[in-house]
Design a protein around this ligand. Structure first.
Ligand code: COA
Length: 259
């Protein structure tokens, strides 16, 4: 498929999605969201892809939020639908993907851009990155899951401070409060993400998918994460990955997980 707003590349089990609207600081309009969803679905089905990296084109922005020009005239109903689409087709979709998604935050990650990054499984930021949820400065609140995911990542107090002041924090502050896993200089960002992706891609895709399900379960109201873990653990024993992983260990060789 030809995309208008993103670039999808793949190499060595890694798919990279580049949000490609640098003149608009990679702001997310509806078409971009559906293209990201399509690219993720394609990567998820592709047996040659084991990890996905998402980044922004250019050296200024990861994603500077939802496209404000698109929703400035929306009413209550359309506002709700905008949020629903951002939840279902973007952030919940990423969080529940069976393959790990790494956010390579290469500049501004604001509003929906930070919400997208927070729905990724791993976040690395370049040292010039600036992150925030400035929606209240526009008269709205974060609507793609940001009120929940930010509080889960940095705690309720820090989340309320960031959201109500609409301020941005630096990459170093983001690292200190647990919003990102690591920071590095911009030139090394993709390489460092690829190093993590490459380590992941050597492990069992089945087991990684079970780990994502089990960890996510602990954050869903009414779901017992420990119970999900027991079921997923048991299921692993029925997979060819488990047979290969344990066999390889006993034969003192590296496992070769199936494609
Ligand atoms: N939606 C739509 N367009 C956006 C955008 C967004 N979220 N963020 C940036 N842009 C556009 C600007 O309108 C501008 O377009 P133009 O050249 O056609 O006028 C272009 O991207 C460059 O942005 P600009 O504001 O000129 O860059 P800057 O370096 O002066 O400021 C920011 C950078 C990120 C501080 C500023 O663009 C900003 O505050 N963006 C909005 C952030 C936000 O509120 N996001 C949450 C949305 S819910």
């Amino acid at each position: 498929m030809n995309y208008n707003n993103i670039i999808l590349e793949s190499n060595n089990f890694i798919a990279t999605i580049i949000i490609n609207r640098p003149n608009k600081l990679n702001a997310l309009n509806t078409e971009t969201i559906s293209e990201i969803n399509h690219a993720l679905s394609t990567a998820e089905k592709d047996k040659n892809i084991r990890v996905i990296i998402i980044t922004g084109a250019g050296d200024k922005a990861f994603i500077a939020g939802a496209d404000i020009s698109e929703f400035a005239n929306f009413d209550v109903e359309k506002g709700y639908d905008l949020s629903l689409n951002g939840h279902q087709n973007l952030c919940d979709f990423i969080e529940n993907l069976s393959k790990p998604v790494i956010a390579a935050i290469n500049g501004f990650a604001l509003g929906g851009g930070l919400e997208l990054a927070m729905s990724c499984h791993i976040r690395l930021a370049s040292d010039n990155a600036k992150m925030g949820l400035p929606e209240v400065s526009l008269g709205v609140i974060p609507g793609y899951g940001g009120t929940q995911r930010l509080a889960n990542l940095v705690g309720k107090g820090k989340a309320l401070e960031m959201i109500s002041t609409a301020s941005m924090i630096s990459a170093e502050q983001a690292l200190n409060c647990g919003l990102v896993n690591d920071i590095c200089n911009q030139e090394e960002l993709i390489l460092n993400c690829e190093k993590i992706a490459s380590k992941i891609s050597r492990n069992s895709p089945n087991a990684i998918s079970s780990a994502i399900k089990s960890i996510n379960a602990g954050f869903i109201d009414g779901v017992n994460g420990y119970e999900v873990e027991k079921k997923e653990f048991g299921k692993c024993f029925g997979t060819s990955d488990f047979k290969e992983g344990t066999k390889a260990f006993l034969e003192k060789r590296k496992p070769n997980f199936r494609k």
